[in-house]
Design a binder for this molecule. Structure first.
Ligand SMILES: *Cc1c(COP(=O)(O)O)cnc(C)c1O
Length: 410
């Protein structure tokens, strides 16, 4: 199977090789305080038979060969059927995709894993990145398993747990006295000057591609958990697909906590792949769940323009002034008639507590934002529609916010 990078704006193709990040022509349009232009997409060329065979065997077609992936268990996370929460909400078709149980405790491991595999394939020894916290702890974790040097640029205000993870995993921590947006610029200056591989989100196209893997899992897990279209009652799980090949089913709605828009773009890409392979026959409705204080993508979906605004939200992982993948993901959202939903910090904290206390799944505020977004959008969703809420980070990563939600002192 031959893979390449393609620019979704101008169609230019590039080899997937070290040193290639943005499209030359479209990347030249980049301006300060706006989303990246020229973000590239991974595509395969020619026949899809090989990709379909991989998916039907329970895998995910990716642009780096399996033997290069570092030895740690990333992905294949559970899809919960939260019985009590379903009852409380009268939502019998609600599912929770639980990425709080990734090795470093967040969804970011899916991207770090692919970037590390690429580094191993090409004999690259060091990876640098900027992060609000989770990408840093994730890359440091995967780097530790893979034997790679990791240099992270992290705002000094990042939650302590994420900073300590970085140090525990033995990565080099460069604290930035400023915002994530400043850390992004400093880390790019560092990787440009030294030539080390950048894992900056969206800038490195593999960060998007790595995040598509959950969509393959969801479609597989949902098909196994639900009735087939033949009308078996919903919730009666465990009946195997009639053929040996894995069955797939797309949910009706997917709620994704959104900051830079890379998880959302990756999740959409995964379902696009499944549709292109003929494994699903309709696309979900994608919801960009954002905090009111950091809502550039949801706002741009309404206005058609990105307006940089200083972000203020308790949900640190989705707090960005400039959504790096904003342009790329807006195109995808438009194409599939995606929606935006904005929630306040109060709604995030109460959703976090509702989720923990009624399902047993303790997620950090960014993920609670996806759940809060679902609660807000729920009146527009039919009871028989299937909904997947993406829970992307463990609640233990940010105890300070969680303490606020339950009125506890630290
Ligand atoms: C990074 C992150 C997000 C948001 O992902 P983007 O790609 O920035 O939109 C959501 N939840 C968690 C836990 C994260 O770490």
């Amino acid at each position: 199977m031959k893979w390449l990078y393609r620019c979704p704006s101008c169609g230019a193709a590039y080899a997937i090789e070290p040193g290639r990040y943005l499209c030359d022509a479209c990347g030249a349009r980049n301006a300060p305080n706006l989303p990246l232009e020229g973000v590239l997409e991974c595509v395969w060329e020619g026949e899809a038979d090989e990709a379909r065979a991989i998916a039907e065997a329970g895998g995910v077609p990716l642009p780096v060969e399996g033997k290069f992936f570092p030895p740690l268990p990333v992905g294949d996370t559970p899809l919960w059927e939260p019985e009590r929460l379903r009852e409380v909400l009268d939502a019998p078709n609600l599912f929770l995709k639980d990425d709080t149980c990734e090795p470093s405790g967040s969804y970011k491991d899916r991207a770090s894993w692919l970037v590390a595999a690429f580094a191993r394939k090409h004999g690259i020894k060091e990876i640098a990145l900027a992060s609000t916290g989770n990408a840093a702890s994730s890359m440091s974790c995967v780097g530790a398993a893979a034997g790679l040097k990791i240099t992270v640029f992290l705002p000094a205000a990042a939650p302590a747990a994420k900073r300590i993870q970085v140090l525990q995993y033995g990565a080099e921590l460069r604290e930035v006295q400023g915002t994530y947006d400043q850390a992004f610029d400093e880390s790019l200056a560092y990787s440009d000057a030294t030539g080390v591989l950048s894992r900056n989100t969206a800038y490195n196209p593999l960060t998007i591609e790595g995040k598509k893997t959950a969509s393959f899992e969801i479609a597989r897990q949902l098909a196994a958990a639900l009735s087939a279209p033949d009308g078996r009652p919903v919730g009666e799980r465990g009946q195997a697909a009639p053929s040996a090949a894995v069955a797939f089913r797309a949910p009706d709605h997917v709620f994704v906590p959104t900051g830079d828009g890379v998880i959302l773009a990756g999740v959409i890409k995964g379902f696009e792949d499944l549709a292109a392979l003929g494994l699903i026959d309709c696309m979900p409705t994608f919801w960009a769940a954002q905090a009111e204080g950091s809502s550039a993508i949801a706002r741009a979906l309404e206005t058609g323009r990105f307006e940089p605004r200083p972000s203020t939200t308790i949900a640190d992982s989705i707090s960005v002034d400039v959504p790096r993948n904003g342009s790329f993901v807006l195109t995808k959202l438009r194409k599939h008639d995606g929606r935006g939903v904005m929630v306040s910090d109060e709604e995030i904290l109460s959703a976090q507590r509702l989720l923990s206390s009624q399902s047993g799944l303790f997620a950090e505020p960014s993920s609670a934002c996806a759940f809060a977004g679902y609660l807000k959008a729920k009146p527009s969703i039919r009871r028989d529609e299937t909904v997947v809420v993406m829970l992307t980070g463990s609640g233990l990563k940010d105890i300070k916010s969680a303490a606020l939600a339950v009125g506890a002192r630290l």
